[in-house]
Write a protein that binds this ligand. Sequence first.
Ligand code: GRF
Length: 214
Amino acid sequence: MKIAVMVSGGGTNLQAIIDSIENGQITNTEICLVYSNNPGAYAIERAKKAGIPNVVMSPKEFENRSDFNTALLKLLQDAAPDLIVLAGCLVVIPQEVVRAFPNRIINIHPSLIPSFCGTGYYGLKVHEKALERGVRVSGATVHFVDEGTDTGPIILQKAVMIRQDDTPEILQRRIMEQAEWKILPMAIDLIANNKVTVKDHHVIIDGYDPEAIY
Ligand code: GRF
């Protein structure tokens, strides 16, 4: 399975994918492209170090958003991935891309959807809101991308306990380490081995064992 990974920041989720392919936790998968909207994204350095084809293309390079959307769709169609992985991608995915890759785009979100998600909920903001609400448990979710924001069918989730002395930064790091970097590679491997189907907006995983996530 060929995957294109879309990034905007440090790329620790991309690194988890690269490492998991390397160590065999992800099988039957090759990263054919890493795309970033952000020229300064360290994720691009990680792609270069791993010898993975990479492209930086910012909306700012275009007259208008529609021209960028068209160029992004062409970039992805030319790469022809079987799956697109949003790994900390902060660019709004154009509807034409979502429609061109139905149930073939997945996203990692740093909360237990439907909590703390939707427009404006990304990065540290998610964890600030969780701490502000005083929840005892948060975590991460891998879901298919549909035409909404964080509304697509849920594939995997992993819970992470919150400590009373957590700051947003400490919580973000724990959720990345304990949840994101585990369930994103796991979801990719399941999809790469045809274990995931979507029926009536719900995900069915062959042989799903929640204990396997912990
Ligand atoms: C992660 O916290 C992820 O959940 C969110 O953006 C952050 C990206 O981190 N979508 P990285 O670029 O993968 O290190």
